[in-house]
Design a binder for this molecule. Structure first.
Ligand SMILES: CC(C)(COP(=O)(O)OP(=O)(O)OC[C@H]1O[C@@H](n2cnc3c(N)ncnc32)[C@H](O)[C@@H]1OP(=O)(O)O)[C@@H](O)C(=O)NCCC(=O)NCCS
Length: 138
């Protein structure tokens, strides 16, 4: 299994999204998303893209998105390694005495996967619930 950094492309995303039955996005949105990605991982098995993850952010806040592993490859530690690569990327971009917030929205039922990697559920002692708004073209 090869973990490639920053080579993720539109075709990889489409194939993997389809494989995990996620809603399709337009090429325009996918290209825009890739252009605004600070770090990506695509995992390949003999040239076939089988897993991915993207990180967007500004050095203070980061958001993990599009983490997906094709069903035949799940439960082999690939998702864990993708998240660990992202944590390593963020850690390596901090300077002395700096800190930042690494955030994500867990898919339903995947909270324990992220908790095992060090993420905390919200709300907690310091923060309220995470919140989101879905916006559609009028
Ligand atoms: C969520 C997802 C990314 C996890 O990827 P994954 O590669 O299966 O993750 P891992 O193999 O690292 O870990 C998954 C589980 O398998 C276990 N595991 C890891 N290696 C294992 C191995 N060699 N043998 C058996 N189990 C193993 C882990 O302990 C973990 O258990 P947990 O879910 O109880 O914490 C994957 O299930 C997925 O793509 N799902 C569909 C899309 C999705 O929901 N994405 C999440 C968006 S937030």
């Amino acid at each position: 299994m090869i973990y490639e950094e920053n080579t993720l492309n539109i075709e990889d995303i489409k194939k993997i999204r389809e494989g995990v039955q996620w809603r399709m996005l337009t090429d325009h949105q996918l290209q825009q998303a890739l252009d605004m990605t600070v770090y990506s991982i695509v995992v390949k098995d003999h040239e076939h893209s089988i897993a991915m993850g993207r990180l967007i952010g500004d050095g203070i806040y980061y958001l993990i998105c599009d983490v997906a592993v094709l069903p035949d490859y799940q439960h082999q530690g690939i998702g864990t390694k993708i998240i660990q690569c992202m944590i390593q990327y963020v850690q390596s971009h901090l300077q002395k005495e700096e800190r930042c917030s690494l955030q994500l929205i867990a898919a339903k039922g995947k909270e324990s996967f992220y908790e095992s990697l060090g993420f905390s559920l919200l709300p907690n002692d310091l923060s309220g619930h995470g919140m989101q708004m879905l916006i559609k073209k009028k």
